[in-house]
Design a protein around this ligand. Structure first.
Ligand SMILES: [Zn+2]
Ligand SMILES: [Zn+2]
Ligand SMILES: [Zn+2]
Ligand SMILES: [Zn+2]
Length: 798
């Protein structure tokens, strides 16, 4: 997903292998600009193949898709599944041409579903949208009545009355009203009138302002030299560790350390992106949901009633404002390139958006600066804490630190992004070649489709007049595009080490919503220049959480003054053993020497692998060996290939998936049977501490919760929690989420004292990781208040 699709990677690899050795050698050692000058001529023969690959990505507006989604939406609406209906109407709207009666119908239908969900304000927005997109006149009364009802529910009585008057006039103008539909409308009309009248005569007490209680926010003193960082951090630089952040005073767990908005972020298509990359020979639309359906293309907030882009079917926004800003900043260039960007992967997409956001003048200023030989020391100065050998000696103070401006300030700016390490010499030549061809393909497309002017923030008329025009079919790129290409190539290479995933806890669809089940999902890939200053440790001392495109870093443990702040790039000591971690970290071009790695390498205690291992299918003793596993019980002596047990594990996971689907379809009894069977099977070949055993308990808890069997649910969840604690540690964020679930179950089951103590534990952990303002903490506090206000009679019963 981060990299181009497999087929394009294959084409690039074959092309690379077929190049003359001298050319390969030249490319391998060339600077980025030089490589691009050579590379421009090498794309030609592969362009047709790339175009074919792009045809599989469905990013345009397709009437057939619109029809499919609208009909599917109607079907769900008929089954009272309004949430699904809203989503499907949104998908339909994204495929309809803007300002057509069809798109207006989508919005009108969606407004009906929103009405049923009680989202009256959003419903009103959709009605207005339907009207502005040319909703058919003859259907207007029905929608206007809905509008009046919304206004009524919102307590805007005068507006409701005015709307009703408009409906009456409209119906009068339309002539005799004898059709059944008109008669029902008339009935509704008089009903609403009575309701308004009643409300007017006995006004409701003014409602309390809800949920907006301004909490005392933590005292936040911003750092003078690092934007977004707390004053308890300082930016240091030395030959051994490169740029890094250090505590300049004692830090408490849960303390905010950094708040940074992504310089750039691109929504990942997500797991469900098969829809976008299926074979076009047989188009089968399905109702699968992708990240693009759930989150705003620009600001990543969760979508309810999305605003579609007027040019493509994949960009959906939370509001017209987001749509307009995105269009202005980058989407007018990206919109026609959707299929190409999906094919070339998220890193290429981030690279393009980075240069579009930075603007041509800033891009060319920094590219030229990087060509200047005098800056060579500075360019190589950052070592990222991993390559002591090449780091030059540097003077003290932030002034000489790469990425800092003339005042010695490090800001979340394009200059800071540009100064992240691209590791040009460390990537394999094949990889650089693939990235280079991909970047050239994007720039060629910009030139061909006349998007160059937009990409360079220029009026197209001003461009063509004085400059040499580059033929659409030319192998050459204009000098301006060459500069953009060079910056983009640099960014693609930087991303391998500096891409930051934006993750959120996504609510899983489940039975009835009594217990909210969430799992972490990768939402977007981004550049955070300040966050990037943190070096990696497999045992980090911070926790990062995201809200939209903003990251908040909190201390997850006490950090004494002088200690370095460590972020975990992915391989955490709780999840992987040291060999796996080192393997994963090799993509960042360094060997981890964190305390956890040093300890494990010395002691060769493989605690994690022990926990997530197979056991003997015959006697359940532990198994030993690599590819061929042997039972440790000499009397048994069974041996099985690892591959076979791995396959069995995969099959089991499939079964569990099916059970979860059963639950989703409301077949809880069947789901329980299936899960219990899976559990028996799992016990036969997985160690009791295997994470999957915990997962099974977790699912069982979920099923019992939907049945209202709270005690059983709690019992299963407690077992799952034991395993989570073992794998992730007692104060991990994973532990916090599990305790949150347990609190909900105990709450629902009126197990008051247990619920209160669980809420307490969950609160302690989650406030450190997610902050006191997070929705989860607020929900916990609501539960607590509710429990404490229960009548004494209930409290005594428990
Ligand atoms: Zn938005
Ligand atoms: Zn678009
Ligand atoms: Zn490590
Ligand atoms: Zn055995």
């Amino acid at each position: 997903m981060a990299l181009p699709v497999e087929e394009w990677r294959g084409i690039a690899a074959r092309r690379w292998a077929a190049l003359k050795p001298a050319l390969r050698k030249r490319l391998a050692t060339a600077s980025l600009g030089e490589a691009l000058r050579v590379g421009c001529g090498l794309l030609g023969p592969e362009e047709a193949a790339l175009q074919r690959l792009c045809r599989r990505a469905r990013t345009g507006k397709e009437p057939a898709a619109a029809r499919f989604y609208r009909e599917e939406g109607n079907r769900q609406f008929g089954r009272c599944r309004y949430r699904d209906a809203v989503r499907l109407y949104s998908q339909a709207a994204a495929h309809e041409p803007p300002c057509s009666p069809d798109v207006a119908l989508c919005f009108a239908n969606r407004s009906a579903a929103l009405f049923h969900l009680g989202h009256f304000e959003v419903c009103l927005e959709d009605i207005a949208r339907a009207q502005s997109h040319g909703y058919p006149d003859r259907l207007l009364p029905k929608v206007l009545l809905r509008k009046a009802e919304c206004l009524l529910r919102l307590g805007r009585l005068q507006d409701a009355t005015d709307t009703l008057t408009a409906v009456e006039n409209k119906m009068a103008i339309d002539g005799i009203m004898t059709s059944p539909i008109h008669l029902t409308l008339l009935k509704k009309l008089s009903q609403l009138k009575t309701e308004i009248h009643e409300k007017e005569s006995c006004p409701e007490p003014a409602r309390e302002a809800h949920g907006d209680i301004q909490r005392e926010s933590e005292i936040w003193e911003e750092n003078g030299s690092i934007s977004g960082a707390s004053s308890s951090l300082s930016l240091n630089f030395n030959t051994e560790r490169g740029r890094h952040l250090v505590a300049s005073q004692d830090i408490l767990p849960g303390q905010d350390l950094l708040k940074e908005k992504a310089f750039v972020s691109v929504l990942c298509p997500g797991e469900g992106d098969s829809l976008l990359l299926q074979d076009s020979s047989e188009t089968v639309w399905d109702a699968q949901v992708t990240n693009a359906d759930l989150y705003c293309h620009r600001c990543l907030t969760q979508l309810l009633a999305s605003v579609p882009c007027c040019g493509c079917s994949y960009a959906k926004y939370c509001s017209q404002n987001c749509a307009d800003v995105a269009w202005e900043q980058y989407h007018r260039t990206e919109c026609p390139l959707g299929a190409l960007l999906l094919t070339l992967g998220v890193f290429c997409h981030v690279a393009l958006r980075t240069v579009l956001l930075a603007g041509f003048s800033e891009v060319s200023r920094l590219v030229e600066w990087s060509h200047d030989d005098d800056n060579k020391d500075l360019r190589n100065a950052e070592v990222g804490g991993k390559h002591p050998s090449e780091a030059p000696d540097t003077r003290a103070g932030t002034k000489g630190i790469p990425g800092c401006n003339d005042n010695g300030q490090y800001q979340s700016s394009y200059q800071a992004v540009f100064n992240l390490l691209p590791h040009v010499e460390k990537h394999s030549p094949e990889h650089k070649f693939l990235c280079m061809l991909s970047v050239v393909a994007i720039c060629k497309k910009l030139q061909e489709t006349g998007l160059e002017a937009a990409a360079l923030n220029r009026e197209s008329s001003a461009m063509g007049s004085e400059q040499k025009t580059y033929e659409k079919t030319s192998d050459e790129l204009s000098p301006e595009l060459m500069i953009m290409a060079e910056a983009m190539l640099r960014h693609v290479l930087q991303l391998q080490c500096n891409a930051q995933a934006i993750t959120v806890m996504q609510e899983l669809e489940s039975g009835d919503g009594a217990v909210v089940n969430k799992k972490p999902v990768r939402l977007a890939t981004a550049f955070f220049p300040v966050l990037s200053l943190l070096n990696h440790s497999c045992s980090p001392n911070i926790s990062v959480s995201f809200s939209g495109t903003a990251a908040t870093v909190r201390a997850s443990q006490p950090i004494p003054s002088g200690q370095e702040i460590f972020h975990c790039y992915g391989p955490h000591r709780c999840r992987m053993r040291v060999a796996e971690r080192q393997q994963l970290l090799s993509q960042y071009f360094f060997e981890c020497r964190c305390q956890a790695c040093l300890d494990e390498l010395e002691s060769d205690v493989e605690s994690v692998s022990m926990r997530n291992s197979f056991c003997c299918p015959s006697c359940q003793a532990s198994m030993q060996g690599e590819d061929m596993l042997c039972c440790s019980n000499a009397a048994c002596g069974l041996s099985v290939s690892r591959g076979r047990l791995s396959q069995r594990l995969l099959d089991l996971q499939q079964q569990i998936k099916k059970a979860v689907e059963l639950l989703r379809d409301g077949k809880a009894d069947e789901a329980i049977k299936m899960l219990l069977k899976c559990q028996m099977d799992a016990r036969n070949f997985l160690s009791p501490e295997h994470l999957l055993m915990g997962e099974l308990e977790d699912h069982l808890a979920q099923v019992y919760a939907t049945l209202g069997k709270w005690q059983e649910a709690a019992r299963h969840l407690e077992r799952s929690i034991q395993l989570v604690e073992m794998h992730h540690g007692p104060s991990s964020v994973e532990m916090g989420h599990e305790l949150f679930k347990l609190a909900q179950i105990l709450f629902n089951g009126f197990a008051v004292s247990e619920a209160l103590s669980t809420i307490q534990r969950a609160e302690e952990i989650l406030s450190v990781h997610c902050g006191p303002q997070s929705t989860q903490i607020q929900e916990l506090q609501e539960m607590k208040t509710c429990l404490l206000e229960l009548p004494r009679s209930i409290l005594q019963r428990t």
